[in-house]
Every structure is written in C-alpha cells, then in structure tokens.
Design a protein around this ligand. Structure first.
Ligand SMILES: *[C@@H]1O[C@H](CO)[C@@H](O)[C@H](O)[C@H]1NC(C)=O
Ligand SMILES: *[C@@H]1O[C@H](CO)[C@@H](O)[C@H](O)[C@H]1NC(C)=O
Ligand SMILES: *[C@@H]1O[C@H](CO)[C@@H](O)[C@H](O)[C@H]1NC(C)=O
Ligand SMILES: *[C@@H]1O[C@H](CO)[C@@H](O)[C@H](O)[C@H]1NC(C)=O
Ligand SMILES: *[C@@H]1O[C@H](CO)[C@@H](O)[C@H](O)[C@H]1NC(C)=O
Ligand SMILES: *[C@@H]1O[C@H](CO)[C@@H](O)[C@H](O)[C@H]1NC(C)=O
Ligand SMILES: *[C@@H]1O[C@H](CO)[C@@H](O)[C@H](O)[C@H]1NC(C)=O
Ligand SMILES: *[C@@H]1O[C@H](CO)[C@@H](O)[C@H](O)[C@H]1NC(C)=O
Ligand SMILES: *[C@@H]1O[C@H](CO)[C@@H](O)[C@H](O)[C@H]1NC(C)=O
Ligand SMILES: *[C@@H]1O[C@H](CO)[C@@H](O)[C@H](O)[C@H]1NC(C)=O
Ligand SMILES: *[C@@H]1O[C@H](CO)[C@@H](O)[C@H](O)[C@H]1NC(C)=O
Ligand SMILES: *[C@@H]1O[C@H](CO)[C@@H](O)[C@H](O)[C@H]1NC(C)=O
Length: 839
C-alpha cells in the first residue's frame, strides 16, 4: 500500500527519538504498530496526562525542543468524549512533556460537533480516505478524499495536517477548515470562518458568532439574518490585486491583506507584542479574539484583537435585548420583557408576549433614550425614507423611521440616530436585537434612541395564567417558524446571503462607530468647542490650530483646520484611521476629526507648554530650559521618531521635523505632532505635492537628488538637536554673516575643535554642562552626515542617548550643504520619491 511507506518513515523518525531518550519513562509515546489506523485507548502506553485534567494520545509530533505541534486524540475532564485534534504542546524532541504547567492548546479539531468515545478509530484507508469512526462504527468525520490518490499524511512545522499525493501535492489540508483558532502563518480567506467552541469541555460550535473575510474587510459578526457586524478590519482603498483577501497572524501583528502583496505591508493591521515564543489566536465564545503566547508559567493572553471601548460593546454581553451599562445588564422594560434566567441577567431577555405578525395592529414601541446598539450601525439596513433621492434627507424624521419598522414584520426595532443638524439623521431597522448599550456618549455628537417593537397583550390576555400563555406562545412560535429566532438559541440562526455593501453609501459614516477610532465631530460641534475658532494657537503648513474644550468642560483640545483640501475622499478617513491608531507617549494623540462637506479638521490632545521653538530661541528671556530638560526632550523626540520609523508595522516618515512640530506638555514631555499628515495631504490633493515637502533649513541634502528615506527625518532631527544645544535658529539673520548658518558655523568650530563656543550662552545651566553638551553635539553631527547611509537609525540614537551605544567615531564634519544654507528658501522642484505611508 502506497501510503504506508511515508507513514512508516514518519513514525520511525519519531521512534528514533523515543529510543534515544535518556529518561523515557516520564514521556510516553505511541509504540503502536506502524499501521495506518489508530485507536484512542488511553490504557495504552501512548497517552500523556496533564495536571489540569486533560489528556492527549499523540499520533504525529513535530520533533523539536520546546513548544511544537502534534496531532492525536484529546480529551479533558471526565474523558468520556474525545476530539481528533491538532494541539500545541511542550516537546522535548519527539516526545510530549507532561511535567510542565504548560497544557495542550487545541488549535484545530476534526470533530468538534461529534466528539467520539474510547475505542474510536482513526484510519487512513488504502483508497486515501481519512476517517474517524466512533466505537460503534458511526463515522464522526472524514476528509472525503477516497480515490484522490493520497500517498501520505504529514503534520507540517506550521501545524497544518496535510494529505498529499505522489507528487507531494496537497490533496487535503486542515488549514482549509479552520475551527476557532489561527496559528502563525495560517490564512483565513474568503469563504472560511472562525466560529467559537462552547468551552474547554464541550467543543460544540457556538453558531452565534463568526469571523469571516470578504474582498475588502474582515468582520466579526453575529450570525443573524442578515449578519450584524460588530467589529471590522477594513481596507478603504480600491482593491487592485486579484489575490484572495485574507487575514493572518504574523509575528508582531494581526494583518489584513487585500490590495498589498508585500508581506511586510499589510493594508490594515493591529499590532500585537512580538512573539517571544509560540502564539496563536482563538475566537472565544464571548466575542473576543485573543492572542495567547506560551510563557514559562503557562499560556498567557498577550492581546485582545477586537478590543472595544468597553465590555458593553460586545454584542452578546447582555444577551438579547439586555441593556449594558457599566458592565451591568438590565431589562429594557419589565412589562414587555422577562429575564431568561432569573439569576443571570447577562443571558438576556425575551418578550413577555412574542411579536405576532398577524396581530400587528397591537404593536407599539418602547422608547429607550440615550441608548445605542453594539453592532455597527453603519452596517445595518439603513432606511432611506426619502426615496426621491433628493440631496437633503430632511424628511427622515423619527416618525417615519418608526413607521417603516411597523410596516415590516421582520423589523424588531427602529434605531434612530440624529445629530444636531437635522439633515443628518439615520434610521436602522434590525431584524434581531442583541445587546444594547446605555449612556455611552464618549463625546459622540450623535444621539441615538432605540425604539423596540413590542406586542401589546390585550387586558384579558394579561390575566391568562402563566401556563396558558405559554401554550399560546408555543403555538405562535411554531406557526411563525423562522421569525421567532429571538432567544439566544444556538443553531437557530442561518447565514443567508452575504450582502456586499455598496461602497459609496454612507461612506462618511464608516468611522462613526468603529471602536477605538478617533471620534468624528461635526463642524458645528467643533465651532462650538473652539468658541467659533477664537483662540489661535498657531499657524502651520497645513493650516491653523485653535484651542478648544470638550463638552466635559475640562479636557482641552487643539483643533487643526486643514487648508486647501478638496472633496472628502475615502483616503482621508483611511488616513485618519491609521493616524488615530498610532499611540505613543512621544507622539501627539489624534482624538478626533471632522469631515463635513469640504471641511477637514483634526482634533488633537492639548499640549499646554506649546511648541519647542518658543522655548529655545530666546524670543523673551522668561522661557528657557535647563540642560536636563533639553536632554530629556531630545530623547523624547528620538523615541517618538523611532516609533514612527521602526515600531509601526509600516514605516511612517514625518518629513517635517522642526521645533514648531515638537510640542511640550505641562511637565515638558516632548511629543511629535503632525506625523502622517504629509500623506494625508498627498492623497487628497496633488497640488501640494508639487512643492517640496518640509521646511527649508531642516531638509536633508538628498531631497535634491535621491530617494527619500527615514534618514531624512534623522537629518532634520540633527538640526533640531543642534538648535536646542546652541539656543539659536539654524538660519539666524541677526547673527554676523559668518555665523548666520548654524551648520556651517558648527562645521568650522568642529574643525577648530572649539565646539564648546557654540553652547547656548543665554543659559548658565547649559554653560555649566558644557562637556556633556559638546558630546551631544557629536550625536547631532552623526545625524547630519551628508551621506544618508552614514546617519544612524533613530533607534541607534536612542541607544546612544541611553548610554548603551557609542557615537560612530569616524564622523565626517564636512556636513554643510551650500544649496540649503544659502538663500534657498523657496524650492519648488517636483521630486520623485518613494514613501511608505502611514499604513
Ligand atoms: C480542561 O478543563 C479545565 C476545566 O474546565 C480547564 O480549566 C482547562 O483549561 C482545560 N484544559 C485544556 C488543556 O483545555
Ligand atoms: C475498548 O476496547 C478494549 C479492547 O477491545 C475493551 O477491553 C474495552 O472494554 C473497550 N472500552 C470501552 C470503553 O468500550
Ligand atoms: C512534512 O512537513 C515538513 C515540515 O513542514 C516538511 O519539511 C516535509 O517535507 C513534509 N513531508 C512530506 C513528505 O511532505
Ligand atoms: C516529496 O517530499 C519528500 C520529503 O520532503 C522527498 O523526499 C520526496 O523526494 C518528494 N517527492 C517528490 C515526488 O517530489
Ligand atoms: C454541549 O453543548 C451543546 C449545546 O449547549 C449541548 O447540546 C450538548 O449536549 C453538549 N454536549 C456535551 C457533551 O455536554
Ligand atoms: C493598491 O495597490 C496598488 C498597486 O499595488 C497601489 O498602487 C495602490 O496604492 C494600493 N492602494 C491602496 C489604497 O493602498
Ligand atoms: C518575532 O520577532 C522578534 C523580533 O524580530 C524576534 O525576536 C522573535 O524571535 C520573533 N518570534 C518568533 C516566534 O519568530
Ligand atoms: C439559571 O442559571 C443557574 C446558574 O447557572 C442555573 O443553575 C439554573 O438552572 C438556571 N435556571 C434556568 C431556569 O435555566
Ligand atoms: C426621551 O427623551 C425625550 C426628549 O428628550 C422625552 O420627551 C421622553 O420623555 C424621553 N423618554 C423617556 C422614556 O425617558
Ligand atoms: C422587511 O425587511 C426585510 C429584511 O430587512 C426585507 O428583506 C424585506 O424586503 C422587508 N419587507 C418589506 C415589505 O419591506
Ligand atoms: C443629545 O441629547 C442631549 C440631551 O439628552 C441634548 O442636550 C443634546 O443637544 C443632544 N444632541 C444632539 C446632537 O441632538
Ligand atoms: C389587540 O389584541 C386583542 C386580543 O388579541 C384583539 O382582540 C384586538 O382586536 C387587537 N386590537 C387590534 C386593534 O387589532
């Protein structure tokens, strides 16, 4: 039989390791004959028991030291039911270690809906089928590969179980049938789904939730009909590549590839801590998508990928109809709803009298003010109540919304969302209601009111005893069939057609509800928050900045009004989303934005000490910083840039580093502002690109010649450092001619070995620390090297500043660049350059 050869090889390989083990008795391993059939009988020497009550009977183990994949039978607890599964275990070569507190993690199983008993068999038949038979002969699972010339079975290094043919081509693989987990490198493509398993001891699928992939996004949804999305990873651009869209767990990120084909440049991603050991993702029954990593003391959760602002945003946290408020669940109405389990409000609520289509005249609505819905509203059926396609939707009022729901029996609620501007209201009509959220305003500029459709019981009926009413509901239930899927019942819900969204509808709304994203404000709101843009904080290349205060009355904000942008584009929202996702202590945080007709505003955290230029150029003598503060500021900027260049999965070039873009908070922590903006402008309007980016004086020499890399930022950083140390502007026309250009002056002083002359002489403290300041100047000189390849990376700069690395000893002090240090304040050359944008 063709199959047995490879199989024998595999097993021999394993046995070889087994034989060579010094202390074989602690590790048990299958010594069964080299058959193509395995029986799960734990009495054999083959089973490995773990202290948490689980047990595995391995069939194939990837031989390694440390965590590794194995497949075989798995059970937990009473062990009266078994899975044929792939699990991650701690191995010491080809055997499984059971001593540790690292328990097996099932990442795939063949038969989670049909667990088998003791004495069931797994068989690779001579015609190439791979079959799991329960002890009574019932076929619990099979690959259906009979007649497909299967030549053997392999468990790959990645944890993929593969049936291959004589050409080593894959006939069947477990990666095509994901369950609730993904391992590194495993792709989830369109047509595949992750579906949670109920628990560690009951592996039945929980058909309520799923994670799936379409052409432009990956979504976590509730499997209602139609599905309701509660989380999305979305690619906003136009898909160019014809490859399948997929999500994948990589080292350092969970990433969506829709348009990009470069492994290092996903279109959308969530960062996760770099893997120190093996990681995997599990989609859990509570709707979280968790990343686990093996650690010396067991498996630890290292990330929660679908993180929402709070627990209330998980759509089954309070069951159906439950209202979640600060993590507590309550009933929408004690008259119309009853708790499914008296002791557990989080299991949800059901109607006291089920809705009846036949009795629709007795329907009414209960009003829930300040309540919103956990699935993304923008994804629900949005009723355009004014089909005349007029530009203004002013006819879309509350009454019309409720009326639309009344008219359609499958509508279970009318969700009305409205802003202060009546033209912007929306009406959503879900067919099924999961958890609702109360009073989470989070600075949103929309109010949402939910109107739940309820059935008014007539007076006589209300008096009917419990027993009788129940039987009446049973009749309604059975007669209504599909419409009555209102309870949290598993398996009732069927996935219907996946409706592809019309990408242009409500485009501006996409970000409204995406948890963790910057808040969207209306122009009117921002006008109010900034008192009609009265307090100007500054003017920048991209527009003016105004001071404002959030509705809470205490949180100050800085509102940047971007100039000269055209119509809103998808890219604007995409860029805002990607900028909003970047969080670092040394980067100014984007809190919100406004895209209202052609108006574009960005809302940032407020930095009370303003920009760095105010503090170092001695316009007045009251502002001056001591050496320790300057040193800290330099390190802060370096860390912020390191993050942009190296720690975001995709590199972000700032391209306009200068003191005006370094902001200081009340304790003089420095944060970089305006990162990502160059890209944003770039995408929205080509005109801006025709002039050179950045600010003369801070531009690296390669702007005139070659490709721009992150080293251009390193150069600008060097200029800023020099300015900080010398307490003067790079180009200062108030100085004598030969000292006007700081960099040239610096070059000369370096030649003369007189760098200490340059130390800021307005500050006594700086004079006291001359030696240290001069040594910092070497860092600046390194960053200012003409040849960008000679400049250090920002992470190297951080290392030097932290004292764990040294400045390159062979620096070239011939750094000044005539074309920049003379009068070139207006450069309008169009430059070809390659940028890695902020995504
Ligand atoms: C086995 O079940 C126990 C109790 O439910 C659970 O704590 C443990 O994590 C399970 N072990 C594995 C390996 O799934
Ligand atoms: C499993 O098979 C063995 C040998 O045929 C038999 O002794 C044992 O009773 C069986 N166990 C169960 C639970 O059926
Ligand atoms: C089995 O998988 C391993 C690891 O992925 C691979 O190196 C090996 O070539 C595979 N064996 C066969 C027969 O395909
Ligand atoms: C299949 O893979 C095995 C192991 O990697 C190798 O030894 C063998 O030559 C391959 N066979 C073919 C037909 O490529
Ligand atoms: C697992 O849970 C499902 C759904 O709750 C239930 O129908 C099934 O009987 C359970 N199976 C076991 C073995 O407990
Ligand atoms: C999509 O890919 C094409 C070609 O690979 C690229 O030019 C384009 O910028 C990408 N679009 C987005 C929005 O990333
Ligand atoms: C993940 O990447 C980091 C940094 O590149 C590396 O140190 C680590 O070993 C990688 N982890 C795995 C599991 O490959
Ligand atoms: C409610 O939940 C409790 C605790 O899980 C359980 O013991 C009880 O049987 C449940 N009651 C009903 C009516 O299902
Ligand atoms: C909801 O708010 C409206 C307008 O503020 C008010 O008229 C109504 O009474 C409120 N309803 C409830 C149930 O509080
Ligand atoms: C009622 O709503 C369902 C689902 O939203 C829709 O498919 C159906 O066409 C609607 N019926 C009417 C009469 O509008
Ligand atoms: C939302 O409701 C509050 C009171 O409940 C009201 O003060 C506010 O003006 C409303 N906002 C909008 C945008 O209508
Ligand atoms: C409301 O329900 C009662 C009892 O089922 C019925 O007698 C009455 O006609 C209904 N009202 C309307 C307006 O249909």
């Amino acid at each position: 039989m063709g199959i047995s050869l490879t199989q024998s090889l595999l097993l021999c390989f394993l046995l070889l390791h087994y034989v060579h083990l010094p202390s074989a008795e602690t590790f048990r391993y299958p010594t069964a004959s080299l058959s193509t059939s395995w029986t799960n009988s734990p009495s054999l020497d083959g089973s490995v028991h773990f202290s948490d009550g689980s047990m595995v009977i391995p069939i194939l183990v990837r031989a390694r030291l440390g965590p590794s994949f194995a497949c075989g039978f798995f059970c937990n607890g009473t062990c009266d039911s078994y899975l044929f599964a792939i699990f991650i275990v701690q191995t010491g070569g080809a055997y499984i270690t059971s001593m540790s507190i690292v328990f097996p993690q099932v990442v795939w199983s063949a038969n989670r809906n049909n667990p088998v008993r003791i004495n069931s068999t797994l068989q690779l038949t001579s015609d190439g089928d791979f079959i799991l038979k329960d002890s009574d002969g019932f076929i619990a699972w099979s690959t259906n590969t009979a007649g497909k010339s299967v030549a053997g079975l392999n468990l790959t290094d990645m944890g993929n179980l593969v049936l291959f043919d004589h050409n080593n081509a894959t006939v069947w693989q477990s990666f095509d049938y994901p369950t609730d987990s993904l391992v590194p490198g495993q792709k989830l493509v369109a047509g595949q789904k992750l579906i949670p398993s109920i628990s560690d001891t009951n592996w039945t699928e929980l058909n309520l939730l799923s994670i799936s992939v379409t052409d432009e996004r990956a979504v976590a949804s509730l499997e209602s009909s139609p599905p309701q999305v509660y989380y999305e990873f979305k690619f906003y651009g136009r898909k160019k590549n014809r490859e399948q869209t997929y999500v994948i767990l990589q080292n350092g990120s969970f990433a969506l590839f829709a348009n990009s084909s470069k492994p290092s440049q996903p279109d959308v991603y969530r960062s996760i801590p770099e893997a120190l050991s093996v990681q995997y993702i599990r989609f859990c029954p509570d709707g979280h998508l968790r990343v686990y990593e093996m650690d010396t003391d067991g498996w630890k959760q290292v990330a929660d990928l679908l993180s929402t602002p709070n627990e209330c945003f998980y759509p089954i946290v309070c069951g159906n109809y439950g209202i979640c408020s600060n993590g507590q669940c309550r009933s929408p109405s004690t008259t119309y709803f009853k708790q499914i389990n008296d002791t557990q409000p989080n299991l949800g609520f059901s109607e006291t009298t089920p809705l009846s289509c036949e009795d629709s005249l007795n329907h009414s609505f209960i009003e829930l003010n300040d309540t919103t819905y956990s699935p993304l509203l923008s994804d629900l059926k949005n009723v355009d109540l004014d089909p005349s396609k007029g530009k203004k939707k002013e006819n879309l009022d509350l009454e019309k919304c409720k009326e639309a729901c009344s008219k359609n029996c499958s509508c279970k609620a009318a969700i009305f969302k409205y802003g202060s501007d009546s033209a912007r209201s929306y009406c959503y009509l879900p067919n099924q209601i999961f958890s609702l959220i109360n009073n989470d305003r989070r600075g949103v500029h929309y109010n949402t009111t939910v109107y739940l459709k309820v059935q008014n019981a007539s007076n006589t009926e209300a008096r009917v005893p419990q027993q009788k009413r129940k039987s009446r509901s049973t009749i309604i239930w059975s007669s209504l069939g599909a419409f009555s899927g209102l309870f949290l019942v598993i398996g009732v819900i069927v996935l219907l057609v996946w409706k592809k969204r019309n990408a242009d509808v409500d485009e501006e709304d996409y970000l409204d509800q995406v948890p963790g994203m910057p808040t969207r404000f209306s122009y009117k709101d921002l006008k109010a928050l900034t008192e009609n843009f009265s307090k100007v904080l500054g003017e920048g290349g991209f527009g003016s900045v105004f001071e404002g205060t959030l509705n809470d009355g205490t949180t100050k904000i800085a509102v940047k009004r971007l100039n000269g942008l055209g119509q809103v584009k998808k890219s604007f929202l995409a860029e805002v989303e990607s900028i909003g996702r970047i969080h670092h202590v040394n980067l100014v945080r984007l809190l919100g934005f406004c895209a209202d007709k052609s108006r574009r505003l960005l809302v940032y955290e407020f930095m009370s000490n303003g920009s760095l230029d105010k503090w170092i150029f001695h316009q007045t003598h009251e502002f001056t910083l001591v050496w320790q503060q300057r040193k800290k500021i330099i390190l802060d900027i370096a860390k912020g840039l390191t993050y942009l260049h190296e720690d975001c999965t995709q590199k972000i070039l700032h391209l306009d580093i200068k003191p005006q873009n370094i902001l200081l908070d009340n304790t003089f922590n420095a944060k970089i502002s305006d990162f990502g903006l160059s890209k944003l402008i770039d995408r929205d309007q080509s005109k801006v690109v025709t002039t050179m980016r950045g600010t003369p004086g801070y531009l690296a020499p390669e702007w005139l010649s070659s490709v721009i890399t992150e080293k251009a930022d390193v150069y600008s950083f060097g200029v800023v450092v020099l300015e900080l140390l010398c307490g003067r502007r790079n180009v200062d026309r108030s100085q004598p001619e030969e000292q006007m250009h700081l960099i040239r002056h610096f070059e000369k002083k370096a030649e003369e070995n007189q760098l200490s002359d340059l130390v800021d002489n307005c500050s006594e403290d700086m004079q006291l620390h001359k030696a240290e300041v001069v040594s910092m100047m070497k860092v600046a000189a390194w960053c200012l090297q003409k040849d960008y390849a000679m400049r250090p990376s920002m992470s190297m700069v951080v290392k030097v500043l932290e004292g764990v690395a040294e400045v390159e000893p062979n620096l070239n002090y011939n750094i000044s660049n005539p074309s920049f240090t003379t009068t070139s304040t207006q450069v309008t050359q169009l430059l070809p350059f390659v940028l890695s944008g902020p995504r």
